[in-house]
Write a protein that binds this ligand. Structure first.
Ligand code: ADP
Ligand code: MG
Length: 312
């Protein structure tokens, strides 16, 4: 279990992380989601013990990371942002070197390195120099480095940045597979990514947590309204007047005028009202013909933007 309690990190006057608290259970895949500069990397660096919080405590499996750094760090594999270091080594040399640094027993080293190479799909490039590999493979090498020492927890900082779509799909799959055996914290500024991989999302903005929830709940939480897209033929231009009289409507907005003279509106109501029946009845009375009516989905993207804006 990871417990982050009232953690703040200041760089001089800059408050990079501002009094955040959260708990991560064993086996969870957690996404740290936020725009650039939100404080994701700083948070991750503190959990790895790489930098010290200005205030607050971080406890990894009952070990306070600042009091028992060795014990706590042993549980953690960290993949920093960007490309791997030591790129003049071959893939295998690099992973072996990481195993030496992490003091993996010499007798077991070879076997463990082999296992990680298999696990991360690096077998076919194990003899290649890392710097000559594609960005996708470099990311795998970086991930392999994090896996050395069989840490319980994996901390992956923006694991898909700079990858092409195919590589992104592959890395996501790999992370999901690793999630079966590890607790994972990954950061991203891409919403769809986090919702695809993670069971829980921590949204962070300007150093503060603005929400912690499942991707599904986040969507529901912020969609406190029903939105409908309604296309009508309204030859007498009555819609404004008619909708004003319907008290359930909280907002109406003209989206577009089509060539056939029909118009598309976005019409909103409170979450607990279904406007569809009311609209059918009232519009019919006034000679407004409904051509099409569809519910507008609120996406996680909407949720994210709303939470971020709300935090400002
Ligand atoms: P993210 O990873 O979400 O993009 P960071 O954690 O890297 O965000 O940065 C959070 C804030 O802290 C930013 O405003 C950044 O400029 C600042 N920051 C990060 N590292 C340092 C540092 N070493 N010195 C000064 N300011 C820093
Ligand atoms: Mg970062």
């Amino acid at each position: 279990m990871i417990e982050v309690k009232n953690v703040t990190k200041k760089y001089g006057k800059v408050v990079a992380v501002d009094n955040i608290s959260f708990t991560i259970q064993d086996g969870e895949i957690i996404g740290l989601l936020g725009p650039n500069g939100a404080g994701k990397s700083t948070t991750m660096n503190m959990i790895t013990g790489y930098i010290e919080p200005t205030e607050g405590t971080i406890i990894i499996d009952n070990y306070d990371i600042s009091k028992r750094p060795k014990k706590a760090k042993k549980e953690i594999g960290y993949m920093p942002e960007g490309v791997p270091l030591y790129t003049d080594m071959t893939v295998k040399e690099f992973i072996t070197y990481m195993a030496e640094i992490k003091k993996i027993d010499k007798k077991e080293r070879k076997e463990k390195v082999e296992k990680i190479i298999e696990e991360t799909g690096l077998k076919e490039v194990e003899k290649k120099i890392t710097k000559n590999l594609s960005r996708g493979y470099k990311q795998r090498v970086s991930l392999a480095g994090a896996l050395v020492g069989e840490p319980k927890i994996l901390i992956l900082d923006e694991p898909t940045v700079g990858l092409d779509p195919k590589q992104i799909t592959e890395i996501r799959k790999l992370i999901k597979d690793l999630g079966k055996k590890h607790t994972i914290i990954l950061s991203s500024h891409i919403l769809s990514e986090v919702s695809q991989i993670c069971q829980k999302v921590i949204i962070i903005n300007k150093g503060k947590i603005v929400a912690i929830d499942t991707p599904e709940n986040l969507e529901n939480k912020v969609s406190n309204k029903n939105s409908l897209y309604v296309t009508v033929e309204d030859t007498e231009n009555k819609i404004e007047k008619v909708t004003k009289k319907i008290k359930e409507i909280t907002k109406i907005e003209l989206i577009k005028e089509n060539e056939d003279k029909t118009k598309e509106y976005l019409i909103e109501s409170k979450l607990d009202t279904d406007l569809r029946k009311i609209l059918f009845q009232e519009f019919a009375k006034e000679n407004i013909t409904i051509f099409e009516m569809k519910k507008a989905d609120t996406t996680l993207e909407d949720a994210f933007m709303k939470l971020i804006e709300g935090g400002n």
